[in-house]
Design a protein around this ligand. Structure first.
Ligand code: ADP
Ligand code: MG
Length: 260
């Protein structure tokens, strides 16, 4: 009974909640007293000028940095001081940019290794002789999902063009089976064509799990996000629908102010 009532509470509450979260580096406050509750929605977009604290917020949420102050809850459970592996294990996963790819391994082996890391907690690196076969089916499904053609899967990851490397990197993140996926500027540095493909991919991924995406390209955000959160100087300036946020004088000023 108790468990059932606990589940009922979890189901109606926010998935992710930050309470008075602050991060300072020396005397500089990068994230300033952030209070934020996110319900389940397919896609949240986080925008804000450079230096607003967006990436730091993701570092905090994913356990790569400890807040100086405040508390973070995932499904009502305290994750404030959990290390990254344990945060990921609970289902909150930050995408790592291309740095997470082993560039000399094949695309397929990169994904296989990530699945193995999830299964074993990263304690057995290539420990079993049949390590690859065990995860091949799932790895190929993930590569289907992120749109890497079969003909490229046995190539070293390094040989792929930039846009497809980013897709592999998404596959690596998905191998952790995230319930909530944090994406920091997934289209940065991409060609227009890759931006379109990536936007479609994120929309597709968000059908299966919640996505929180930091994005500079407002066109991408407008297409994708069900709700926008605007950060400025470490704080949440406002949140709402894209149509409302984009005409908010405070948001316009935050962006224009940055140019001077
Ligand atoms: N490790 C760090 N040490 C000192 N200052 C940092 C560190 N990380 C980020 N900052 C500062 O915190 C502010 C917010 O950075 P960041 O979160 O990367 O912003 P955004 O992703 O919104 O551009 C910036 O002024 C940045 O220089
Ligand atoms: Mg950033």
């Amino acid at each position: 009974m108790l468990i059932e009532s606990n589940h009922a509470q979890v189901a109606v509450g926010p998935i992710l909640e930050l309470k008075t979260v602050t991060k300072s580096f020396g005397g500089f406050i990068a994230v300033n007293n952030v209070n934020l509750a996110l319900e389940r929605k397919p896609v949240y977009g986080i925008i804000g000028p450079n230096g607003a604290g967006k990436t730091t917020l993701f570092h905090l949420l994913s356990g790569f940095l400890n807040p100086s102050q405040g508390q973070m809850l995932f499904h009502g459970q305290d994750i404030t001081h959990l290390p990254p592996e344990q945060v990921a294990r609970r289902g909150l996963v930050r995408s790592f940019q291309i740095t997470s790819i082993f560039s000399h391994l094949t695309v397929l082996n990169n994904i296989v290794l990530s699945i193995q890391r999830r299964q074993t907690g990263g304690t057995r690196l290539f420990a079993k002789s049949d390590w690859r076969d065990e995860y091949l089916g799932e790895a190929n499904n993930l590569l289907d999902e992120v749109g890497i053609p079969p003909s490229l899967r046995e190539s070293p990851a390094n040989d792929l063009p930039y846009g497809l490397k980013r897709a592999v990197e998404l596959g690596i993140s998905l191998a952790a089976q995230p319930e909530v996926l944090l994406l920091d500027e997934p289209t940065a540095g991409m060609s227009l064509q890759d931006i379109g493909r990536t936007t479609e991919l994120i929309a597709r991924l968000s059908k299966e799990r919640m996505v929180v995406v930091v994005e500079h390209n407002l066109g991408v955000i407008a297409d994708l996000a069900d709700e926008i959160i605007v950060m400025q100087q470490g704080s949440i300036l406002t949140r709402g629908k894209y149509q409302d946020v984009k005409v908010d004088p405070r948001v316009i000023e935050a962006y224009l102010g940055k140019r001077h």
